[in-house]
Write a protein that binds this ligand. Structure first.
Ligand code: ADP
Length: 463
């Protein structure tokens, strides 16, 4: 067995050093343990699955969800003089050759590996195999955002090669997904090592701001930013929006599931090679995109989950250079923004000093103050007046009966509200996030008035 460092220097170059948990994870695998690595996109997971088999002089089997991703990886290894091949629909070697010792690293689709014939081959070759690695392991879990049925069955392989160490790597941070991976891959035992790097990406400046009313203004802002910053991905929610914004953004290329595969591949190529530095895409432009110098990721609309947002924003700055991520929200999708909290990432996002919340430079703090104003007004009006009255009161405009009522309640708004506040969106947000609800006041006139929910009340106290 050679040392991991020797292999790193031989194939990657004498200047390379391991970073983060790479060295420890590799060592754990070479000592025969199972390993789960949770590392941010761009963190360097590939080396962890590529180096141990080379150092042990055995075969590494790597399962990966995308053919294009595997092709890139295999080509990258071949370029370094490492004997790699691909099994699956774009097969570069026969099944028997792949396992006869003439290859060091074998990439394969989960469907291919799970065929009975292949499982038997693995059993026969078990003494030659040094590692079974599952890339993008969150695809194993139904709780992840990219569940794949065949991935969910990968645990079966372990009964055919029981003494071969297993490595699962993912950028997904939720505990539920992690424990699902361990359970399904039979990794819950004392010889398990878990490495989890910080979720926070120090080089990403994150911010959220209201989407301009006119799409033309929005596109102008994006074009300007893209020109200043460099390669840009604009994520939108639907294929229709992708086509629309592609037509609105000169020089852009487009990527979504409904496009012809050749058009999609051409867009990807154009973006990767900087022929076009502006890509408009849906979530279909996802896993395995290895463009290190994406400088700006812009979301028009709120992704379905925080995890999805994290993955999309995470495509910026994989090379570690400062990059920007802006989410343009609208009243209609703003309820989801409430979930942009560290509940989700076990507190790792607190005090990063990079995003708008921590640096207090953008709309977010202003938003908090307008939330407070409107919550206060709704509370003051005691569920007897409509939302428009609450907005009048919150905006600080005088309205005699309301002022009297407010004065009676000893509640006054402090400084004037920020100009151009989109009160209707703020009201929509408060209702959408369950802080305010409507209660019928006069059924005959179908009049209902807003009032604070218990959550709204405690939020108001906390603000
Ligand atoms: P991940 O799979 O975690 O998204 P990769 O393994 O593709 O990330 O690595 C991201 C980038 O970082 C690649 O360009 C890779 O060559 C580089 N990289 C990884 N590990 C190191 C290291 N120890 N030193 C220098 N560069 C590294």
């Amino acid at each position: 067995m050679e040392s991991a460092k020797t292999i790193l220097h031989r194939y990657w170059g004498p200047d390379w050093e391991f970073r983060g948990c790479q060295s420890k994870a590799i060592e754990a695998l070479m000592n025969g343990n199972d390993v789960l690595v949770v590392m941010t996109t761009g963190g360097g997971k590939s080396l962890i699955l590529q180096i141990p088999p080379l150092a042990m002089g055995k075969i590494g089997i790597v399962v990966s969800p995308l053919i294009s991703l595997m092709q890139d990886q295999v080509q990258g290894l071949l370029d370094r003089g490492i004997r790699a091949c691909l099994l699956g629909s774009a097969q570069t070697s026969s099944d028997s050759e792949a396992l006869d010792g003439s290859h060091d690293i074998v990439y394969a689709s989960p469907e291919h590996l799970l065929s009975q014939e292949m499982l038997e081959r693995l059993r026969e070759a078990k003494d030659k195999i040094g590692l079974i690695a599952v890339d993008e392991a969150h695809c194993i879990s139904e709780w992840g955002h990219d569940y794949r049925t065949a991935y969910g069955k990968l645990g079966k392989i372990r009964s055919y090669i029981p003494s071969v160490p297993c490595l699962a790597v993912t950028a997904t941070a939720t505990g539920r997904v992690r424990s699902d991976i361990l359970k399904k891959m039979n990794m819950f035992h004392e010889n398990l090592f878990v490495f989890r790097t910080q979720v926070r990406r120090d080089n990403l400046c994150l911010s959220a701001c209201p989407r301009p009313e006119e799409d033309l203004d929005l596109c102008k802002a994006i074009l300007q930013r893209a020109e200043d910053l460099g390669p840009t991905i604009v994520y939108v929610m639907t294929t229709k929006q992708a086509d629309y914004f592609h037509s609105m953004l000169p020089g852009s290329v487009c990527y979504h599931a409904k496009l012809d595969p050749q058009v999609r591949a051409a867009s990807h190529r154009a973006f990767i090679t900087n022929q076009s530095t502006l890509l408009v895409a849906t979530v279909a432009y996802g896993m395995g995109i290895d463009k290190p110098d994406v400088r700006f990721v812009c979301n028009i609309g709120t992704p379905a989950t925080l995890e999805a947002y994290y993955q999309q924003a995470g495509r910026a700055g994989r090379d570690g250079c400062i990059s920007e991520c802006i989410l343009y929200w609208a009243g209609s999708d703003v309820a989801t923004i409430d979930s942009f909290q560290s509940r989700h990432f076990s507190g790792d996002l607190v005090d990063c000093g990079m995003c708008d919340v921590c640096t207090m430079v953008s709309e977010t703090r202003v938003l908090e103050s307008v939330h407070r104003r409107l919550l206060t007004s709704i509370h003051t009006l005691g569920g007897r007046f409509g939302m428009s009255k609450a907005i009048l009161l919150a905006s600080g405009r005088k309205c005699t009966p309301l002022w009297l009522h407010a004065k009676h309640m000893q509640v006054q708004q402090e400084a004037p509200a920020p100009k151009n506040t989109d009160w209707a969106s703020i009201a929509g947000f408060l209702v959408g996030s369950g802080l305010v609800e409507y209660k019928t006041v006069d059924a005959q006139r179908s009049f209902s008035a807003p009032r604070l929910t218990p959550r709204g009340l405690s939020k108001l106290r906390a603000l």
